[in-house]
Design a protein around this ligand. Structure first.
Ligand code: CP
Length: 307
């Protein structure tokens, strides 16, 4: 297989396992490229990409922009906070105006679930979902899978625990789809109030005891509490959350085996994870960030039909 089965990357749910393997294998080649003294290749020299960010981002925005530049694409950046969206312009009008400037691909982060799907039905350009509300964050799941494969050699048969605010997390949903398609066993762990009601229908194990989840898994992916998406109180206090679900060095060192620690960022140090765990030799958090560039290069390259 040398081409993706989809025109857009809207979510992991739409991908076949072969698509994911193709993206990860292509990313492996790009990882080699970005570690060379000359990190740039001419693969997308004739392509213009617009990065539309309607919601804050550090890692994803910088990573896409770097991936596009490493592939020699022309890049335009749009931040809703400093745009005519503030004057009432709609999503479709905003995007159509950008496309009138002859843009080939759109990378979009938006606070509303389904925004990328909506856009794909209304415009001709190829769309990459860079996170849509609490729905999906496909490139995060792909870079997480790449990082696990790189660290453990394989994903099939591995046990991955996703711990924290599952209810509000697009990273959790995309990771569940991705890891299951690659043959991993997935567990989610967190307070009952932060579990979606449909969670068992996804075929994951559900655990509410942090230690049991950590003893079970090979990899723990620690998620941030997304206070900005919480309109009501889901737990009494952050202090209580940390006491029950925060990962610290004492717990980590008391486990019967060495597990791999991941976090998509941004980290709330001292809440879901302590600094000594985040910065420990068991953590691959910065490797995830490095791999994000190679994975996004692979996604853009393949969607452009250059595979
Ligand atoms: N992991 C992630 O999506 O981080 P940003 O919100 O900073 O892009």
């Amino acid at each position: 297989m040398t081409a993706l089965s989809t025109k857009h990357l809207l979510g992991i749910k739409d991908l076949k396992p072969e698509d994911i393997h193709l993206i990860l294998d292509t990313a492996q080649s790009f990882k080699e490229v970005i570690n060379r003294p000359i990190k740039k290749v001419p693969s997308l020299r004739d392509i213009t990409i617009a990065n539309l960010f309607f919601e804050n981002s550090t890692r994803t925005k910088l990573s896409f922009e770097l991936a596009e530049k490493r592939l020699s694409a022309d890049v335009v950046n749009f931040a809703a906070s400093s745009s005519s969206v503030k004057k009432g312009e709609t999503l479709i009008d905003t995007v159509n105006n950008i496309l009138a400037m002859k843009v080939d691909m759109v990378v979009m982060r938006h606070p509303n679930p389904g925004a990328a799907v909506f856009l794909s039905k209304h415009i001709d350009a190829k769309i990459v979902n860079a996170g849509d509300g609490a729905h999906e964050h496909p490139t995060q799941a792909l870079l997480d899978a790449f990082s696990i494969r790189e660290k453990l050699g394989n994903i099939k048969g591995k046990k991955i625990a996703i711990i924290g605010d599952i209810l509000h997390s697009r990273v959790a949903l995309s990771n569940i789809f991705c890891l299951q398609k690659l043959g991993a066993e997935v567990m989610v762990c967190g307070p009952t109030t932060l579990m979606p009601k449909y969670i068992t229908s996804l075929g994951v194990k559900v655990e509410h005891n942090l230690r049991k989840a950590l003893e079970w898994c090979d990899v723990a992916n620690m998620l941030r509490i997304q206070l900005e998406r919480q309109d009501i109180k889901y737990f009494p206090s952050l202090r209580e959350y940390t006491m029950l679900f925060g990962l610290n060095k004492e717990i980590l060192d008391s486990l019967s085996k060495k597990i791999v620690i991941m976090h998509p960022g941004p980290i709330n140090r001292g809440v879901e994870i302590t600094s000594d765990v985040a910065d420990s030799d068991q953590s691959i958090i910065l490797e995830q960030v490095e791999n994000g560039v190679a994975v996004r290069m692979a996604v853009l390259f393949l969607l452009a039909g250059r595979g």
